[in-house]
Design a protein around this ligand. Structure first.
Ligand SMILES: *Cc1c(COP(=O)(O)O)cnc(C)c1O
Length: 385
């Protein structure tokens, strides 16, 4: 593939010297669970987000599910309570909700932002609604006046799924007056899965929260439910982040702003170069200038998404689909398959993600746009019969 969708080896090659040095430090430290490396990363993320409490955990799904379980244990949520969640998201958002014995209340997507349609929120709220999980999908912050208003009016707990948006800023301030994604609600789950904007060299995640109570509960839950050694207040889990991953992430965190700026540059190139009646580009205005483009997602019209993807592969351009099946249509969520979520369902047939990482150069990005224009043109004029 001349233009791979994502070359993770190349992404980390740029940091290789520092990563090797950091691994060496961990090897010689003799401390392979917890310790200073993990504590330092927690402090650094806390400073970066302006959130008082950060708990490093095993991955993004665990981050989200531990937060929700903590709310249940602390009595804020009761089993069977409903949590609003976008219908267009990665399934992990929903898995976290059902894992805690809570019920996902799917809110359809907005065809423009591809994100939760905040104008639909009010109609989905009933007496069992206790929380909302805004997902900053594709790196675009899901937070506006309408959303903030609904949260205030109904006293909802806000758990951000920040897996795709580390470093993004919101133009509307969060509940605590801060602006970084992950600092906007009461608590947030972050993922450092290797493909994310800041990726570990394996699984890793973090919880950020403004609540000391939640911080203490998730820290205990992630460590067998123990608050002090051999004293277990909860029936917990083992969901800790390894110091070796913390060390990798400490190398990459200072470079995050630069990485995200590079993604923005590539998004700008696509937006100015892509021209085809077959595709819909992300609207830069409604997407906001401060989003971090975890994915650059176009919509392909006329049922031509898969044909375009195939044609691009033949031209040496790797692409991906986020996501081909919405969570409510997955076999494991058959109980929700009757729901009508037309926009999310339509998006699953139309979305196509283009290469956006720093390892695709600006020049290559321009070339990819030209190839896409040419390929889309030929498909557009192909007679289906
Ligand atoms: C990646 C991702 C997760 C899960 O993170 P992991 O670290 O892979 O467990 C959750 N939600 C969204 C939106 C994601 O993209």
């Amino acid at each position: 593939m001349k233009y791979p969708f994502l070359d993770l080896g190349k992404v980390n090659e740029e940091y290789a010297q520092d990563l090797i040095q950091a691994s060496t430090r961990v090897i010689h430290s003799g401390r392979y669970i917890g310790g200073e490396e993990v504590a330092s990363l927690e402090r650094e993320i806390s400073d970066y987000l302006s959130v008082p409490y950060v708990v490093a955990v095993s991955n993004g799904l665990d981050a989200l599910r531990l937060i929700l379980r903590a709310y249940v244990l602390l009595g804020d949520f009761k089993p069977g309570d409903e949590v609003l969640v976008p219908a267009n998201t990665y399934i992990a958002s929903v898995l976290a909700i059902t894992d805690a014995g809570l019920v996902p209340k799917f809110v359809d997507a907005d065809a423009e932002t591809l994100n939760l349609d905040t104008s639909l929120l009010e109609a989905h709220i009933n007496s069992r609604t206790r929380g909302i999980m805004p997902v900053h999908l594709y790196g675009r912050v899901c937070w506006d006046e309408t959303l903030a208003g609904v949260i205030q009016k109904h006293g909802l707990k806000v758990i951000e799924d920040c897996a795709q948006a580390f470093g993004a800023d919101s133009s509307v301030p969060g509940l605590y007056g801060t602006s970084k994604a992950g600092s906007l609600g009461h608590a947030a789950g972050m993922s450092f899965y290797p493909t994310k904007n800041i990726g570990a060299l394996g699984d890793a995640g973090a919880i950020a929260t403004h609540s000391q109570e939640i911080a203490q509960a998730v820290r205990a839950l992630a460590n067998y439910g123990s608050d002090t050694r051999y004293h277990n207040i909860y029936q917990g889990f083992n969901c800790r982040m390894d110091p070796i991953q913390a060390a990798m992430l400490r190398v990459k965190l200072p470079m995050l702003e630069q990485e995200n700026a590079a993604r923005r540059e590539r998004a700008k190139i696509y937006n100015s170069r892509l021209k085809s009646p077959l595709i819909v580009k992300p609207n830069l205005t409604s997407f906001g200038v401060d989003q971090v483009w975890h994915q650059y997602v176009i919509r392909v019209r006329d049922g031509k998404r898969d044909a375009l993807k195939e044609a691009l592969t033949l031209e040496g351009v790797g692409t991906d689909v986020h996501y081909p099946t919405p969570p409510h249509l997955q076999p494991c969520y058959a109980a929700f398959s009757h729901l009508s979520l037309p926009v999310a369902e339509q998006l699953s047939h139309e979305v196509l993600s283009l290469p956006i990482t720093t390892t695709t150069s600006l020049e290559e990005t321009t070339e990819i746009a030209a190839i896409l224009n040419r390929t889309a043109q030929s498909l557009y004029y192909t007679d289906e019969t």
